[in-house]
Design a protein around this ligand. Structure first.
Ligand code: ADE
Ligand code: ZN
Length: 341
């Protein structure tokens, strides 16, 4: 495994499923709370980490939204983003497409523009420090209503040239994709790409709705699609990218044990699966920890790991020239590793 861990460490990759608010480490949360005079209902970093024991998605979301309350200023969002980019660069992430949840902030009176300016400043600094590229995906909170999503899209209007896509996250069960069909259509008319969390806790029908009603370009999670062979076939034939998050699946109890993770079944079914961290500060690891976890638990070798990294570039919203350059660097890395063995 030491050998495989070193291979993963240097493997160039894109990360396509990371909630920037989910990268808020307890230490930064306490520092921002102090800086902004915000109260945290935990006495210490240790006490907070001990509370990260979840039975399901909602359990996690309750604590995740509470944590995000320390984020108030442009500088806070910049510091948050940069902390993620520094950590991701250390995992050989060369391109990241990050989710942000504007409603979590605008509902607390933080202007949309404050969030955007901070995140964009972090992205600019990441390019300078690490040569890393990044894109933003604006997620609508699905537990809120359609009108609130439309209002968020309206607030995004001045920033649309800096936003790549819209997404859909938060509490899945009881909030099917169909609820957001019209706002996703409006986003599409504005030239935005579309992604959605579906099949994390929700049934295969939610994945079908995301395809048929939201016209998604990428599927976030998608695990429960495996319950429906015809749907798997459709996703494989359509070369749909799935952004799979193994440590998240374990922490939110989609699986009981990493040994039960379906990542190799997904690859064998011809699905374009990728590996991602989701909310690394809450789930116990950044992207390479997710690669290592499935490699160890499911016995993945270098070839499968390279396929997962290759899929991350195939599924990224890059232009074709950038994509080809990333794929060439990946191929060179894999060939060099083979020659060096
Ligand atoms: N928001 C942050 N992480 C999420 C997840 N894993 N599922 C749905 N919404 C989220
Ligand atoms: Zn997610």
């Amino acid at each position: 495994m030491a050998d495989l861990a070193a291979f993963i460490a240097g493997l160039p990759k894109a990360e396509l499923h990371i909630h920037i608010e989910g990268s808020l480490e307890p230490e930064l949360m306490f520092a921002l709370a102090r800086r902004n005079g915000v109260d945290i209902p935990f006495a210490s970093v240790e006490e907070l980490r001990a509370a990260y024991d979840f039975s399901n998605l909602q359990d996690f979301l309750d604590i995740y939204y509470q944590g995000a309350a320390v984020l108030r200023t442009e500088e806070d969002f910049r510091d948050l983003a940069l902390a993620y980019f520094d950590r991701a660069a250390a995992d050989a992430v060369v391109h990241a497409e990050i989710f942000f949840d504007p409603q979590t902030h605008t509902d607390r009176g933080i202007p949309f523009g404050t969030v955007m300016a901070g995140l964009l400043a972090g992205m600019d600094e990441a390019r300078e420090r690490h040569g890393m590229s990044a894109k933003l995906i604006l997620c609508f909170l699905r537990h809120l209503d359609e009108a609130a999503a439309f209002e968020t899209l309206r607030q995004a209007e001045p920033w649309l040239d800096r936003i790549e896509a819209v997404g859909l996250d938060s509490s899945e069960l009881g909030h099917p994709p169909e609820k957001f069909a019209r706002v996703f259509a409006a986003a599409g008319e504005r030239g935005l790409k579309r992604v959605a969390h579906a099949g994390e806790e929700g049934p295969p029908d939610y994945v079908r709705q995301a395809l048929d009603l939201l016209h998604i370009d990428r599927l976030d999670h998608g695990n429960r699609a495996l319950e429906d062979p015809a749907l798997v076939e459709r996703l494989a034939r359509g070369e749909m990218t799935l952004t799979v998050c193994p440590l998240s699946n374990l922490k939110l109890r989609g699986i009981g044990d990493m040994a039960d993770h379906p990542i190799d079944r997904m690859l064998e079914a011809g699905l374009r699966a990728t590996i991602n961290s989701d909310d690394p500060a809450y789930f116990g690891g950044y992207v390479n920890a997710n690669y290592r976890a499935v490699a160890e638990a499911r016995g993945l070798g270098r070839e499968a790991l390279a396929t997962l990294a290759r899929n991350s570039f195939l599924g990224a919203f890059l232009d074709e020239e950038e994509r080809a350059a990333h794929l060439a660097r990946l191929d060179a890395y894999v060939a060099g590793e083979k020659a060096g063995r």
